[in-house]
Structure formats: C-alpha cells, structure tokens
Design a protein around this ligand. Structure first.
Ligand code: 13P
Length: 251
C-alpha cells in the first residue's frame, strides 16, 4: 500500500512572515491528516525559517526546489545536497518543467541531479511532463518515457526505490487547466508499467504524484485514481486552507 504524499512547491513566493504563518497554519490545521505524508518546499532562503517554525516536528517534511550537482566549491549562487540536509531537508524536487524550460536543464542534467540528491541522502521528486504542443502531436508517452529513461540510464532502476515521480503536464501548470483524472491516470499507469517491466516491486511501491492546477475541488477525483498517489501543488499550496483541503482529500 503506497502512502499518499502531498507536496507544496512554493516556487519563488513568500517572505519570512508569510512562511511562519503558512507553516503555523498547516501545523494547526493538520489534525486528522495522519495517513498522507505532507511535504513543503519553500525557496532556499526560507527553508531555515520554515524549519524554525516547525520547531522539531517531523510530521511535516521539508524539501527544496532544486540543487546543484557539485558538493561545494566555486559555484557562485548554487546550493548543494549537503547544505540542504544540513538545513533540515529530506526531499528535493529535480527537473521541474520551469527549470527545464526557463533554465535549460536537459534530461541529462536532471538525471545527474537525481543521482547527486540520492547520494547526498535526499529523496528526489523527479518531475516529468509534456508541453501542449507535444500532447497535441501525440507525443506525451514518448516525452515522458524519454525523461524517465534518462534517469534510469544514470542511476539504474534499483535506485527508484527511494524516490518519487511527479507527472506534471506543462500545459496544466498554473493555468487552471487540469488533466482529467482519466487523462492523468493513463500517463501515471504508463510510467508505472514502464518501470514495472524492469522491476515490478519497485514500480509497485513508487509514489507517482500529479501536479498541474490541483486544488481543493479536483484533488479527490485525481488522487482517487489507482496510480495517482498524491499531488505536487503550486498555487494552492500557498494558503493553509487550500493546501490542507488537498491533504485531507489524499488522506
Ligand atoms: P500549480 O499547482 O500552480 O499549477 O503548479 C503546479 C506545479 O508546478 C507544482 O510543481
């Protein structure tokens, strides 16, 4: 039985004050959400603020939105896996479509980040997903398969046992357009089948999250699908009420 995971990707939003009130709001309202695992991924500089507000609670996990492939040294502006662990992170997002599209990260770069994250003791959340153009030209499965295969080629299927995949159709991110539960399920099943052909046990236990305009209103029907094990939430993770409603739906 896979434990659902609801992850908030705050992207480049917030400040010290909003971080403390958002974390407090999640902590206070979490209540009955015990089955679903809850993860928040603030901007780097706000991670220590969030950790302070959590005040030692480990029922809400902390993650980062990216990392560098190097351990330390002359890499101006970058943050390493060991720094994230030191700050209290257990997870890190790799290959978000915004990193791929805006900062030019290749499948190979993302695969290296996945490897370095795991080697550094972090659980990578690997994001994959097609653009609208790719979906309309019938390339969804090819794109997702290529993105997943690039990571398998670098780390091997056995290293997917301690990772998470997030399927985030690019056209659904921040647009208010959501994949229907059936559309999302089809891609989630495709990913699981692809991994299952290599290692059924690993595929069966791997959590595959959906991301892309998930909100309080659509979370239950999406997470209710067989191969959808939770969500990676952008906009709706910035308010305790909407984020907690999704956590409750996943629980
Ligand atoms: P939205 O929930 O704002 O569409 O963002 C999804 C996302 O990109 C999460 O990583």
């Amino acid at each position: 039985m896979r434990r659902p995971l609801v992850a908030g990707n705050w992207k480049m939003n917030g400040d010290s004050q909003s971080t403390v009130s958002l974390v407090n709001g999640i902590v206070d309202g979490r209540g009955d959400v015990t089955r679903a695992e809850v993860l928040i991924c603030p901007p780097y500089i706000l991670i220590p603020r969030a950790a302070d507000a959590l005040n030692g609670r480990d029922d809400i996990a902390l993650g980062a939105q990216d990392l560098d492939i190097n351990q330390n040294g002359a890499f101006t502006g970058q943050i390493s896996a060991s720094m994230l662990v030191d700050a209290g992170c257990t997870y890190v997002i790799v290959g978000h479509s915004e990193r791929r599209a805006i900062y030019g990260e290749s499948d190979q770069d993302v695969a290296e980040k996945f490897r370095v994250a795991q080697e550094g003791g972090l659980i990578p959340v690997l994001c994959v997903g097609e653009t609208l153009e790719e979906r309309e030209s019938g390339d969804t499965e090819n794109v997702v398969a290529r993105q997943v295969q690039a990571v398998i080629d670098v780390v091997g299927i056995e290293n997917f046992d301690n990772s998470v995949i997030a399927y985030e159709p690019v056209w659904a991110i921040g647009t208010g357009k959501t994949a229907t539960p059936e559309m999302a399920q089809e891609v989630h099943k495709f990913i699981r089948d692809m991994l299952s052909a290599l290692n059924k046990d690993i595929a069966d236990q791997l959590r595959i999250l959906y991301g892309g305009s998930m909100n309080a209103g659509n979370a239950e029907s999406l997470i209710g699908m067989t191969d959808i094990d939770g969500g990676l939430i952008g906009g709706a993770s910035l308010q305790p009420d909407s984020f907690l409603a999704i956590c409750t739906a996943a629980n």
